[in-house]
Each structure stands twice: as C-alpha cells, then as structure tokens.
Design a protein. Structure first.
Lengths: 442, 468
C-alpha cells in the first residue's frame, strides 16, 4: 500500500495533515470435540484507518477494502467526519516522537511450527482431561488459536512505524459430574512460545477447579473479608484503569475525578504500566504515533497520573502519556501491560487471620452489573468459604457487590501468586477488608 | 460481488476433497455513527467492512475461513487450504447456479446510511437538549445514532446446482446516555431503541423525545436510590426489555449450538415440561422491520416463527444447518453471524414469552413483599448448568402491593430451569426491547420480549442487607 500516494491525494483534497494505519492479521483456529476436529479456521484480514485535519477539524475513515477506490472512500469519510465535527481538536496530527524504543518479540518458530503439531497438541490435551479423573464427564471444548499481526503507521510528516507480533491462546473447558451435581470449569494459556507450556499443570488446574465446586452450600448474605483470585482482581482493576482515562475525568464522568496526586488505594497498592515489557503485548507507539514508555501509575496508594492522549494532555497543560487510541472515529485512551506489585506472603499467610471470609474465584456478568462512572458493581460469583485462616467449603450461587474505589482503598495485601493474565494485567491474589457477598441462605 | 463463474469455481475447489456442503458468504457493509457529547458533535465516522467467509461441511465436521481480499486468486487459495482439512474423494461437482427469490420481511425506503448526517445531528441535538434540560445535575449526556447498510450474497451447494441469494440488512439505533452527579455520587441511565426501519420511522414514529427525557429522569432518580437488598424474593419483571431474563436464562440454552452437543440443561427436553404451564414462548425472525428480523438467515433460509415452549412444554430448538445434523432436525432459519469474520450458528432473533391472562396492575397488587424490576443492563448465562445473572438498572421495592422506593445495584441470579418453573403470573402486556447479543458467532441485534411476569423465590444480590 502506497501511503505517500494517500497523503498526496489527501493534500490535493484540502486535508492539511493526515495519518494512515494499516493492520494485516492472519490467524488459524481449531477445536476438538469428542476426539475429532469439529472446527477449523484459516483467516486473513486487512484494514486501513485514516485520520486527518480538514478545514481545521479532525476527521477519520476506515475500510477493509483494498482496491483502486479505497483511498477515495477513506478521504470522503474523513472529510465528512471533519465537516460535521464540532469538537475542538487543538492538537492536529502528531509529527512523531524524538525517540522510539523499538524491539521485536515476534516468534518466528511459533509461526513455523507445523499446523499438524498444533492439532496434535490439543488432541493430547483433550485425552489427558479424560485420563485425569473419571469425574470428567465431557470436554466440550479444547481450542487453539494463533494470530500473526502486522501494524504499520504512517503520517504526512514522514513518520513510519511498524510492529509485528504473534501469539497463541489455548483454551479448554470441562464438565465434571458427581451424583446429581454438574459443574463446569475452564481456563486458558497464552503466549508466543509453545515450548513453555505445561499441559499437565493446565489440565490439573481446570479439572481441580471444577471438582472443588462439588457440595456447594448456601451462603449467608453479609459483608465478609474477601480474598479475590488474581483473575477476578484483574477484571475489577480493568474498571479502575478505564476510569483513569483523562477523557472521562475531564467530562466529570469518572469516579477518579479530582484524585490525581491523591490517595486512591491502600498503601500496599503499587501499579505500573509497562507497554515495553517483553512479550506478546509489547508495543512501542500508541494510536497517535506517540512513543510509549513504562511508568508508575499508583505509588503506595497515590494516583500519580491519569492516562492522557495528546488532546486531553493539552487541556490539562501537560504531555501525552502515550496512551492514545483511535477507534470508531474518536481518540480515546487505553493501557497496556499493567503490573500490580505482589508481596512475598503465601496465600495461607495472607489469610491466616481471617476467621470468617470468602475466597472469590470467578465472577460472571460484570459488564452488565457495573456502573463504570460510579464504580458500583454487582455480579454473580463463585467461591469458597474461608474459616479460621483456611480455604474450606465451596459456596453455591453467590453474588459479589461493591465499589471499585472503595475496594482499592480496602486492599489489605497481596500474596506471592503473581501471574500475567491475557487481559494484559499482571497481579496476584488480593485480600480486601470487606465486600458484600449475597447468597441464597434464608 | 463476484461473478457466477468464479462462485462455481470456488465452490468446486472447496468440495474437492469430499465436503458435502460448501458456502460462500460475501459482505460489503457501510456503517455510520454520529455522537453528540453535551450537545456538540463529538465525532462522526463512516467505515466499510468488506470480505468473504467460506465454509465446508463434511458430516459432523466444519471448516471455515475468511478473507478481505475478494480476488480470484485469494478466494481459490482459501477454498483450497480449507478443503485440505479433508482427505476424501470429490462427491459433488457444481455445474450451475440458480438465483433464489427471497421473501421480504424488512421493507425499507432507502438505506439509513444515505440520510445526510446533518439530519441525524438535528434530531440528536434536540434529544440532547431534552436530556440535559431534565435537571442541572445531569453533568454529561451522550446521544448518538448508529446505522449500517449491509449488502450480502450467499452462494451454497450440496449438489450439482448451487443456490445464490442476495439480501440487504439495514439497522438503525438511537442511543441516549445520561450521567447525573451530586456530591461524590455518579449515576447513569441509558435508552437505546433500534429497528430495521427507514429514517422516517425514527423521526416520526419512535418516541425519541420521551426516551431522551426518560434517560435524564432515570439518572436523576438513581441519585437517591437506596442499595438493593439481598436474599431470595418474589420478583416482578416489567414487560419489554425484561425479556432479557428469558433470553439469558432459557433462550441460549435452547440454541442448537448447545443442545446438539448435550451442553444445555434443555438438551433432551423436546416434549418435556420445562416451564410453568402458563408459559409459552417464541423466536420469530419474521416480524416486519423489527430489530432482530431478517429476510433470510446467514445460510439463505427464510426466517421463521418458531415456537419454543407451548404451555410449559418444550416444543422446539433454534436450529442451524450444521448443528441440525447432530440433532437430526431441519434448520429453521435461525443461523446468524455478526459479519463475514464469523462462522454462522443458531442464534435468537426476536424472542419472547407470549401474552398471558393477567392484568399487570393485578400482579403488582397481589405481591406483598418483593422486587419490581423495570429495566435491565443485560446479563449472561452458562448453558451447561443454565446458571444466569443479570443486572437491573431500574428496580423498586414492592410493599403491600405498592411500588415503593427505587433501589440500585440489583443483580438477579439463578438457574434457567428453576426460574421457568417458578413463573406464577403472566401479564397480557407483551412488548419487545432491543439489545445486542454476544455469543459464538459474534455480536448481533436481537429483540427480547415478554409481558409483565412474576417469579417466586429468585436470588437477588445487592449491598442493602435483608429486605424488610
């Protein structure tokens, strides 16, 4: 794709400055069902997203069609978008950062591993599930997906950036049965190095999580000290990260408004954003072409910075933090590789003093039960009772409700079970002073 | 989008190794969005989605691939790569193609994407000022209009004659989100009516001024709502969008994607009682111009009105071609997908509990203590166990048959099988509400619906202690 041709055409049509992002994605995906492959996919897609300044206003356009009329479509959409906008974009197109920390974490060997080996791998995983326990009654899904992505970024100031990455996700779910009780459990592994996966650990973890749910008892609804499993804490932390968008804060629609530089969490909470962390989520420039950097977000409970793009940064009289994204015609913000510092305590040490608490291992429906503006949430949960410092019996049909900001302020501590999760957050299990647990016990 | 000769060539390449069905799904979609933030146009955008999905079935196996390059070379390469998953001999040679006539369910007077953006902005500006004018505590109002025009062609073959279908899909959705703030408390409310209809309908028939006012008023009322109690209660669910309960708790578990593999609590339920005898339910993709309606499904079948439950007895599933093979059932026009990047499967369209005999006021009057839910944020279900949860964003306490204080942070959880049996009152006021449903074949527009219903013994989650 000749980006310069687009910039020349744009200039001729009165678009004073412009940028072009091109993404090419190739992927494979397949899954097994009852020892046979019932789904097998080979995909390739490409897309172009243009942005530019027309009559002093910012506009965008996007297409997946690469042909002789594509640039004309993009320019038509861009000009119409700019003409209708009443939003005062004061920053224009970004010429480029002085320096970029470009590294390559594309794993050629993953792409070159024969597809037959990958098919064999998930068949093997399925077999090991059935072999692991007679209580495994079904393995509805073992699937493998692999993506190879090439992103290119050009602008009319001559900036050229390119990034290539690949990663795989293996996911699986099982059904376990004991008497009349049926439970399900699932998990995933992701990365870009197949040699690092431990199938036995993966299989054991999923089956055990299903079997451990047998014999669930109703729970008395009340506030409890709550240990949040790392995946659950990561899901709730995402709400905090979204609310940290300077755009939301400047529109008075974030619970973090007025809290930059102030305490937003307990002193044990330390959060960094590390977009340059080696791995599949490494990225060295943002959606506006600004160089990304590693930085502290929360230091001993104090919020050091919101996430700024160039426009919100200008409004706040500061520099962009390299968190800009362009999606659906709007410049927003996002974060990549967010790391919550773990402690050296084991899980048992962390919960040693809890007499009557709850260990929440999974939540469902957070997206529906959440008010992202206030941080209030209520959702279905799964978990175990904590009695006299020990994780004990499973709980049946519980709900977890709370407020994200209050939860961050009530963090008692983290354990040492650190893991980097596919959502791009690295954290360990978190103990919260109290959260509201709902249950079906009369 | 491609010539007949090339379509036949691609189908034959796909069927070269023993596939018994091949399908080409071609799509060119223009989508447009315009959003006003506090009365000013924040952004408007126009985007094009363009590509092709190829699917081959052989018995109980399926292969699928997509590409956004519709050149001959690209399509033949993809068909060849996919066919190599099978190792048999060719069973089908496609010789010719027949253009199929399709029924017209959604009549349009021109695509919504052809309506000048300025016209949409005019309407949205007024809606925004209505919402903002409700109360000075409305600190932010985002109103917008999303619309799309999709040109689709499907070529499929399971014999020497291929079938060719041409369809268009048009969707429009008005949305209004109000955010109210008082002190440190922030609450929000959302209205999002949508339809496969022309611009005239949105301007003159849709009560958008009322909906804009309602968004503002609900957000303000929520500022003084108390925390929802927790425990097991009698729950009355209002008509319309309240049908999300049935959608999540039961509808997904009746999709062949789940039932064909015995991954649903209702897998072997045809002919069995799965609901209270006062409950009947349908999935109907043929209601003219409704949000979940379509002329044909993603496989070329005409959409249908399918009864799922009759007087509490399960009488049908939502069946697509592939999963129908495992079930030994015919496809019934319910195969859907978000776009060419998704393999189609059985999905809901306009799904609702049919009207009963009760007057909705009587249902409330006859409830001594409970929760009245008038609007939901959405929900999710785990089809294998039928466990669901959904979140109410507008709910009230019922005391002595009267609707009392508003509560916030209300989640309903339970299992679909249990809830259906525990419905003890069904109103006569059936209505539909619009939403987006996310599942295996992507995010698609669906209507949920029901009359006012009452459910006994439902678990309610909140932070407000016990209800007294």
């Amino acid at each position: 794709m000749n980006a310069q041709k687009f910039f020349d055409l744009a200039k001729a049509e009165g678009v004073s400055e412009s940028q072009l992002r091109i993404v090419r994605a190739d992927s494979i995906a397949f899954s097994t069902y009852h020892h046979d492959f019932d789904s097998y996919q080979i995909n390739s897609s490409q897309s172009m997203q243009a942005a530019g300044i027309y009559n002093g206003k910012y506009g965008t356009g996007a297409t997946e069609k690469f042909g002789k009329d594509s640039f004309a479509f993009l320019l038509g959409a861009l000009k119409s978008s700019a003409q209708n906008s009443e939003h005062s974009n004061t920053v224009g197109i970004f010429p480029g950062s002085p320096k970029y920390k470009k590294r390559n974490f594309y794993n050629k060997s993953l792409a070159e591993t024969p597809i037959t080996d990958k098919l064999q791998l998930i068949k093997e995983i399925e077999n090991r599930f059935y072999a692991f326990s007679p209580e495994v009654s079904d393995v509805p899904n073992v699937s493998y997906s692999e993506s190879n992505l090439v992103s290119e970024f050009y602008n009319s100031f001559g900036l050229k950036l390119k990034q290539k990455r690949n990663y795989f996700i293996i996911s699986a779910s099982v059904v376990v049965k004991r008497g009349d009780e049926t439970k399900t459990s699932g998990d995933y592994i992701f990365g870009n190095d197949l040699s690092k996966i431990d199938i036995d650990f993966f299989v054991k973890k999923i089956v055990k999580a299903g079997i451990d749910q047998f014999g669930g008892e109703p729970c008395e609804p009340k506030p409890y000290p709550v240990l949040l499993k790392k995946d659950v804490f990561a899901a709730l932390l995402e709400v905090f990260l979204d609310a940290n968008s300077a755009d939301e804060v400047q529109h008075h629609s974030s619970f973090l408004e007025g809290l930059e530089g102030k305490r937003v969490a307990s002193r044990v909470v330390n959060i960094d954003e590390k977009p340059l962390l080696p791995g599949p989520f490494y990225t060295y420039y943002d959606g506006e072409g600004v160089a990304r950097t590693n930085k502290k977000i929360v230091n001993h409970g104090v919020l050091l910075t919101h996430f700024y793009n160039r426009e919100t940064a200008k409004k706040a009289g500061r520099e962009s933090t390299g968190n800009g994204t362009v999606a659906g015609g709007k410049i927003g913000t996002s974060s990549t590789n967010v790391i919550v510092k773990p402690s050296k305590k084991t899980t048992n040490e962390l919960i040693a003093k809890i007499k009557d608490g709850v260990f929440v291992t999974d939540i469902t429906g957070l997206g529906q039960g959440l008010n992202p503006n206030s941080g209030d949430f209520s959702c279905q949960a799964q978990g175990f009772r904590i009695e006299n410092g020990k994780i004990s019996t499973p709980l049946d049909l519980i709900t977890l409700a709370g407020n994200i900001l209050q939860m961050m302020k009530d963090v008692v501590g983290f354990d040492d079970q650190y893991e980097f999760i596919a959502s791009g957050i690295g954290c360990s299990n978190a103990l919260i002073k109290t959260m509201s647990i709902g249950g079906s016990k009369e | 989008m491609i010539a007949q000769k090339l379509a036949i060539e691609v189908l034959n390449a796909a069927l070269a190794t023993g596939g018994d069905y091949a399908e080409i799904y071609l799509e060119n979609t223009i989508s447009e969005n315009v959003t006003l933030d506090n009365g000013k146009v924040d952004h408007s955008s126009r985007a094009q989605s363009y590509g092709c999905g190829i699917r081959i079935l052989q018995g109980f196996n399926s292969v699928y691939g997509f590409t956004s390059d519709l050149s001959r070379k690209s399509l033949l390469t993809l068909a060849g790569q996919l066919s190599r998953r099978f190792e048999g001999e060719r069973k089908i040679s496609v010789k010719e193609a027949k253009n199929e006539r399709i029924p017209v369910v959604n009549r349009m007077h021109g695509p919504l994407t052809d309506v000048p953006v300025e016209e949409k902005i005019r309407l949205l500006r007024e809606a925004s000022s209505i919402t903002m004018g409700v109360d000075s505590r409305i600190v932010r109002c985002q109103v917008g209009f999303n619309d799309s025009h999709k040109d689709i062609e499907i070529w499929n073959a399971e014999g020497s004659v291929a079938h060719h279908y041409k369809n268009t899909e048009d969707h429009g959705r008005f949305f209004d989100e109000a955010i109210a703030k008082e002190g440190n408390r922030i609450e929000s409310a959302f209205e999002g009516p949508g339809r496969c209809a022309s611009w005239d309908w949105f301007v003159h028939t849709l009560d958008w001024r009322e909906r804009a006012k309602k968004a503002g008023e609900t957000a303000i009322r929520l500022l003084s709502a108390v925390e929802c109690p927790q425990g097991k209660y009698t729950v009355v669910i209002a008509n319309g969008w309240g049908g999300v309960v049935f959608h999540e708790a039961c509808g997904h578990s009746l999709e062949a994607t789940a039932t064909a593999r015995h991954l649903s609590v209702f897998s072997d339920s045809i002919g069995k009682q799965i609901a209270s005898p006062i409950v009947s339910a349908y999935d109907d993709g043929t209601i003219p111009n409704e949000w979940g309606s379509n002329n044909i499904d993603s496989e070329g079948h005409a959409t249908q009105k399918n009864q799922l439950i009759k007087d509490g007895i399960c009488v049908g599933f939502l069946v697509d071609k592939f999963n129908g093979r495992r079930l030994g059932m015919e496809a019934n026009g319910t195969s859907r997908r978000q776009n060419y990047q998704f393999e189609p499967t059985s999905r809901m369209s306009n799904t609702y509990i049919a009207a009963g005999k009760d007057n909705p006021e009587d249902i409330l009057k006859d409830t001594k203590l409970g929760i009245y839910v008038t609007n939901f944020g959405g929900g999710s279900v785990e089809p294998i166990t039928g466990k669901f949860n959904f979140s109410a964003n507008e709910a009230y306490i019922i005391r002595g048959g009267k609707v009392c204080e508003m509560v916030k942070g209300c989640t309903l959880i339970g299992s679909g099988a249990e809830v259906l049996m525990n419905i003890d009152r069904v109103g006569n006021d059936v209505a539909l509400g619009q939403g987006m449903c996310g599942s295996q074949s992507g995010s698609i527009p669906v209507n949920v619906g029901q009359p006012t219903i009452r459910i006994q013994n439902l678990t309610v989650g909140g932070r407000g202690g016990k209800l007294v």
